[in-house]
Design a protein around this ligand. Structure first.
Ligand code: SF4
Length: 351
């Protein structure tokens, strides 16, 4: 069977931001190298997780997918149309057919609008339903995200963080988007509420066949929700593949170290020896060779001298490292990451 055509695809995307104030006479000569040749494919109906430490480029990539960041080179293709040329009609189509769910649910909502008005505003701007059907559609969307229509008259300040995030998701769904990018959308919520929002995503994904790029630093959440995962380090994808394969048999030392770094909740189980040394280098001054070599316990001379390894694939599982599959041991934490205790059973949120 032929694989489905991608919904969104990036090809060798580079995005370097100039840093103001550097160089002689205050002219900028330095760049933050946020993305350094990222190729990613997302197919319709897939949920793809982007993970990595702060500064890995995952949020920048998410914004580039939605045409919110002008890229330096490479291509972003959405539903068969290249949007990286920045043509106004292509970007307008991208705005109509994609949506973002933000990290801070309270600040993402207009404090002057009630939940119902915030959702109605999207329906009106995108002309999704006739005027006289907007109120009914608002009720449907509130119900879809697990909020009763009675909450439609509340302003964000009168809602909990989880309820605000449900309103944010309802606003995203109001567009009937082909693609949703959720950027750390549960990071600001209590752990128990995180589980409820993730269960909502799982439910919506199954019912509506949503295509989602889910950006998160919590690996347990990504394992619970995502079909595939891409691991980013200093603006590159260093590992990518089906979630279970990546978590149970990582092929890149950085992925293995991230998995081993998950804090142990059982105090009787000893912490693993520090799996990763130090902090990531500055994205303005990338190390030569493999950018992970200063922190990699497996680094060899060639890792410091040769160009960074290309992502190579075997069995639908790609990795950018000189090591071979099986060279890394299975992470000790791989089993206890699934299922995460706070993500196990769907349950409603108390209004
Ligand atoms: Fe480590 Fe070398 Fe692999 Fe880079 S290429 S992750 S330094 S073993």
């Amino acid at each position: 069977m032929r694989p489905q055509a991608p919904l969104v695809e990036t090809d060798d995307v580079v995005l370097h931001f100039p840093v103001s104030g550097g160089g002689p006479l205050g002219l900028s000569r330095r760049f933050v190298k946020a993305l350094n040749g990222v190729s990613l494919t997302v197919r319709p109906g897939e949920t793809v997780g982007l993970v990595g430490e702060s500064g890995s480029g995952k949020s920048t990539l998410g914004r580039a997918l939605l045409g919110l960041e002008p890229i330096t080179s490479g291509h972003v293709v959405f539903d068969g149309t290249s949007v990286s040329a920045g043509k106004r009609q292509d970007l307008a189509r991208l705005r109509r057919e994609t949506a973002m769910v933000f990290q801070d649910p309270l600040n993402a909502l207009n404090p002057r609008l009630t939940a119902g008005e915030a959702i109605a505003e999207v329906l009106r701007v995108h002309r999704k339903v006739p005027k006289d059907e907007i109120a009914g559609r608002v009720d449907e969307l509130l119900t879809l995200v697990g909020l009763g229509p009675s909450l439609a008259r509340r302003k964000p300040q009168a809602l909990s963080g989880g309820q605000c995030q449900r309103v944010g998701i309802a606003r995203a769904l109001a567009i009937e988007p082909k693609l949703i990018v959720a950027d750390e959308c549960v990071a600001a919520l209590d752990v128990s509420i995180q589980g409820q929002i993730i269960n909502l995503f799982i439910d919506l994904k199954d019912r509506m066949k949503l295509t989602v790029v889910f950006i998160a630093h919590d690996l347990a959440i990504v394992r619970r929700l995502c079909d595939r995962v891409a691991v980013m380090y200093l603006g590159r994808i260093v590992e990518e593949g089906p979630t279970e394969k990546v978590f149970s048999s990582p092929r890149h030392p950085y992925t293995a170290a991230l998995i081993e770094s998950i804090p142990e909740i059982d105090p009787d189980i000893p912490l693993p020896e520090a799996p990763m040394q130090g902090e990531p280098p500055s994205p303005m001054n990338l190390p030569p060779g493999c950018a992970f070599h200063p922190r990699c316990p497996h680094a060899r001379q060639q890792c410091r001298a040769d160009p960074p390894p290309e992502l190579r694939r075997r069995d639908d599982h790609g990795w950018a490292c000189i090591l071979e599959p099986g060279d890394l041991p299975r992470p000790q934490t791989a089993d206890r990451l699934h299922p995460a205790p706070h993500l196990q059973s769907p349950q409603g949120e108390h209004p």
